[in-house]
Ligand binder design. Structure first.
Ligand SMILES: Cc1ncc(C[n+]2csc(CCOP(=O)(O)OP(=O)(O)O)c2C)c(N)n1
Ligand SMILES: [Mg+2]
Length: 654
C-alpha cells in the first residue's frame, strides 16, 4: 500500500489505538469500535479487512491498564522474585491473561533467566519442562492462559505428576468479576483455575498481594523440588500483575530459598531391612525411580555388589547400569525370599501378575512371588498420596515400609548392610554373585541373537532401527531422551548405559504425546551440557503435539529424532485384535493394516516433510534397511552442527 495515498483509508494501527482507549475507560464497546472502521464509499479499501466487533474485542479487551507513570508494575517485582531462583527457560504459549508478567520478563527482565521459548501449544510447553528436568535436575517454568491454556496443559501436568517431576506452572487469571472486561477475558477467567490441575499437583496458590506472590513463588519452588518431586501451580491475578506494586506499609522482601534435605527412611526400619537382606538366600533389588543423580547410580551399584544380589531396573529412570553383570530381568523376582523395592511406581504389579481377558473375559491375578517372601519398600511417594487419580496403584502389603527418598536412604542402608553381613555368609554370597553374572552374560547373548532376527526385513525391524542408531552415536556423549511407542526396549536392552542421563525414562502417566515434547525439553538441557540427544520417536506420539518441532528449530535445540513409524497406534491394534479373537470375530480393518481406528495411513503422513516445514533437517521415508546407516550418519552430523534432524523410518509394528 502506498504511503503517499492521503485518502482517508483505514489505518489499522490507529483503529486499534482508538479501540484500546475505549477499553481503557472500562469495557471495550465493540459497537463503538466497529463504527470507527467504516470506510467512506469510493475510497481505496485496505488490503486487510477491518476487524469486526468481535475481533476488536479480542484484540483489545483485557484488564484496564494503569498509565505508565503510575509506579512500578507488580509484574516487575514478580520478575525480581523469579530471578532469585535461577530458572533458565520458560517455554510458553502467549496469552493476555499473563501479559503483564510477559512484558516484564522480556523487557524489564531482558528475557534472560528465564528465556522465553515460543511454544505453539501449552501441553508441549509442560512436556518440555518435564524433559528438561530429567536431563538437568533443574526445574524450569511455564506460563499458561488461565482456563483454556491450563486445560490444554493438563495431561502433560498429569504425566509430570506420575513421573515425580517438578514443573513450575503459572496461569494468568482475572479474578475481579466486577472490573474485568466482559467477553473473551471473562470466558477465560475462573474463580479458581488451579482446580483444573489440583488433583495432580503437589501444591497451588492464588496470591493476592506482591508479598504474597514472593512467598508463594519461593514456597512453590521449594515444595516442587523436595522429594517426592512434583508439579506445582500459581494463579496470577491480572490486577496483581498490572497495578503498581503495593507494600501495605511494610517493605517488600524476597524470601531466600534453601533446598530441603530429602526425607530418609527411619533408622530402625533401615536396620531391619538390612538384617533381612543380609540373611536372605535370594534377595532381589527392584528399582524404578531411585537414581536422581549419578551418585544414586553409584550407591545402587555399591549395595548390589555388597549383597551380590540381582537388580531389576524397571526403567522409569536409568538406575542401574545395564552393562553391570548383576542386572537381571523381572523373572528373578519369582525366586526371591526377600525383595527390596525402591521408588516403585507399582509395587503390587511388581510382585503380582495380571492376565488381561482371562478365562471368563475378566482379568486374573496371579502372585509372582513365593509364599512367605519378605517385602521391603523405600519410597518417597508414600509421603504424597491424593485421592482422585489412581496413580497410587493397587494396595500391596509390605513387611518393612519406609516412606522416604530411596537415594537419600541408600548410604544408611549400605552401612547397615555392611554391619549385618556376617562372615559365614560371605562364601554363599560370592557363589550367588557368580551365578548371577553367568545368567547375565547368557541373557545378553540371547538378546543379541533375538535382535538379529529379521535384520534385513523391510519395513525395518525395531531392533535394527535401534542398533543402527546406536552404531552412529556410540562414540558421542549420548543421552536417550525418550523412546515413544514400543520398540521392544531394544535400546534399554542393548545400548550400554552407564551414566544416569543415558536413559531418561518414560512419561510417568502413560499419556501419549509426551515423547516429542519431553525429547525437545531434554535436548535443550543436554545442549547446555554438551551432550548429544537422541530420541526414538513413534508416529502416534508425534502427532499429538507436532508443533514442538517448530519450537526446537526456532530455538536451535539439537536433537536426533529417529522415527519408529509403524503407521499406527500399534498398542491399540493389539488390544482390539485380541478382543476380536476372544469374541471369535474377524476384526474389521477397513482397507488398512490394523482394526478400524488404529492405523495412521491412507494417506501416509510424510513426517520428514512435516519436520522440514518447521525448520528441521529431515529425510525419509526410509524402508530399506541398507539405507538406514548412511542416513543416520548424515543426520548425526547435522545435529552436531546444532540443528534438529528427523529420520522418517518405516518400521515393523514392534
Ligand atoms: C493421551 C492418550 N491417548 C490415548 C492413549 C491410548 N494409547 C496408548 S498407546 C497408544 C498408541 C500410541 O501410538 P504410537 O506412539 O505410534 O506407538 P505404537 O504403539 O505404535 O508403538 C495409544 C493411542 C494414551 N495412552 N494416551
Ligand atoms: Mg505407531
Amino acid at each position: 500500500m502506498s504511503t503517499k495515498n492521503s485518502s482517508p483509508r483505514l489505518n489499522r494501527r490507529k483503529f486499534i489505538a482508538v479501540a484500546a482507549v475505549a477499553g481503557a475507560s472500562g469495557a471495550v464497546n465493540p459497537a463503538k469500535a466497529a463504527a470507527v472502521t467504516v470506510p467512506e464509499t469510493g475510497t481505496r479499501l485496505p488490503s486487510a479487512l477491518p476487524p469486526n466487533a468481535r475481533v476488536a474485542a479480542a484484540e483489545t479487551g483485557a484488564a484496564p491498564l494503569p498509565s505508565g507513570g503510575n509506579g512500578r508494575p507488580g509484574s516487575d517485582f514478580m520478575v525480581d522474585v523469579i530471578k532469585t531462583l535461577d530458572i533458565k527457560y520458560l517455554p510458553a504459549n502467549p496469552a493476555s491473561s499473563y501479559r503483564g508478567l510477559h512484558e516484564s520478563l522480556i523487557d524489564y527482565g531482558k528475557n534472560t533467566m528465564p528465556e522465553f521459548l515460543t511454544c505453539t501449544h501449552e501441553e508441549f510447553a509442560v512436556g518440555m519442562c518435564h524433559g528438561y528436568f530429567k536431563a538437568t535436575g533443574k526445574p524450569i517454568m511455564t506460563l499458561v492462559h488461565g482456563v483454556v491454556g491450563l486445560q490444554h496443559a493438563a495431561m502433560a501436568v498429569y504425566n509430570a505428576w506420575c513421573d515425580r517431576v517438578p514443573v513450575l506452572i503459572m496461569g494468568g487469571n482475572d479474578l475481579d468479576a466486577a472490573h474485568r472486561p466482559p467477553g473473551v477475558p471473562t470466558f477465560h477467567s475462573a474463580q479458581d483455575i488451579n482446580a483444573i490441575v489440583r488433583d495432580y499437583t503437589k501444591w497451588d496458590d492464588t496470591p493476592v498481594s506482591a508479598q504474597h506472590f514472593a512467598q508463594s513463588f519461593v514456597r512453590m519452588y521449594k515444595i516442587a523440588t523436595t522429594p517426592p518431586y512434583g508439579p506445582v501451580a500459581l494463579s496470577l491475578d491480572a490486577v496483581l500483575q498490572n497495578e503498581p506494586v503495593r507494600d501495605f506499609g511494610e517493605p517488600l522482601y524476597i524470601p531466600k530459598f534453601f533446598a530441603s534435605a530429602p526425607p530418609q527412611g527411619d533408622g530402625g526400619a533401615v536396620k531391619e531391612a538390612a538384617r533381612l537382606l543380609a540373611g536372605a538366600e535370594r534377595p532381589v533389588i527392584v528399582v524404578d525411580r531411585v537414581a536422581r543423580t549419578q551418585e544414586g547410580v553409584r550407591l545402587l551399584v555399591e549395595l548390589a555388589e555388597l549383597l551380590q544380589a540381582p537388580v531389576v531396573d524397571q526403567g522409569n529412570r536409568m538406575n542401574f547400569p545395564n552393562i553391570h553383570p548383576l542386572g537381571r530381568p523381572p523373572s528373578v523376582i519369582g525366586q526371591a525370599d526377600v525383595v527390596i523395592g525402591m521408588e516403585l511406581s507399582d509395587y503390587w504389579g511388581t510382585v503380582n501378575g495380571f492376565i488381561d481377558n482371562g478365562n471368563e473375559g475378566f482379568g486374573q491375578n496371579v502372585s509372582k512371588i513365593k509364599p512367605g517372601t519378605k517385602l521391603i519398600s523405600i519410597s518417597s511417594v508414600d509421603l504424597l498420596t491424593k485421592s482422585n487419580y489412581q496413580d497410587f496403584q493397587r494396595f500391596q502389603s509390605i513387611d518393612v515400609a519406609m516412606p522416604g527418598d530411596a537415594e537419600a536412604t541408600l548410604p544408611a542402608l549400605i552401612e547397615a548392610v555392611k554391619s549385618a553381613i556376617t562372615s559365614d555368609r560371605k562364601d554363599a554370597m560370592t557363589k550367588r554373585g557368580d551365578a548371577i553374572r553367568e545368567a547375565h552374560a547368557k541373557g545378553l547373548d540371547a538378546a543379541k541373537q533375538a535382535a538379529a532376527i529379521a535384520w534385513d526385513a523391510s519395513p525395518i525391524s525395531t531392533a535394527r532401527l535401534c542398533m543402527e542408531a546406536y552404531a552412529q552415536i556410540k562414540d558421542l556423549d549420548w543421552s536417550l531422551v525418550s523412546a515413544s511407542g514400543n520398540t521392544s526396549n531394544w535400546a534399554e536392552r542393548l545400548w550400554p548405559m552407564d551414566k544416569h542421563y543415558r536413559w531418561l525414562g518414560a512419561s510417568g502417566g502413560y499419556g501419549v504425546g509426551y515423547g516429542a515434547p519431553a525429547s525437545v525439553g531434554a535436548a535443550l538441557g543436554n545442549r547446555d551440557q554438551g551432550r548429544f540427544s537422541v530420541s526414538i520417536q513413534s508416529d502416534g506420539d508425534l502427532m499429538y503435539a507436532p508443533g514442538v518441532l517448530w519450537t526446537a528449530a526456532r530455538h536451535k535445540i539439537p536433537l536426533l529424532a529417529v522415527m519408529h513409524n509403524n503407521r499406527g497406534y500399534h498398542q491399540e491394534v493389539m488390544h482390539v485384535q485380541r478382543l476380536a479373537n476372544f469374541r471369535d470375530r474377524a476384526v474389521n480393518t477397513g482397507n488398512d493394516l490394523g482394526p478400524i481406528g488404529t492405523s495412521i495411513m491412507n494417506p501416509d503422513i510424510e513426517y520428514h516433510k512435516l519436520a522440514e516445514s518447521m525448520g528441521w533437517w529431515a529425510k525419509g521415508p526410509i524402508s530399506d534397511p541398507a539405507a538406514l546407516a548412511p542416513a543416520i550418519k548424515e543426520a548425526v552430523a547435522v545435529v552436531r552442527s546444532g540443528q534438529p534432524a528427523l529420520l522418517n523410518v518405516v518400521t515393523q509394528p514392534r
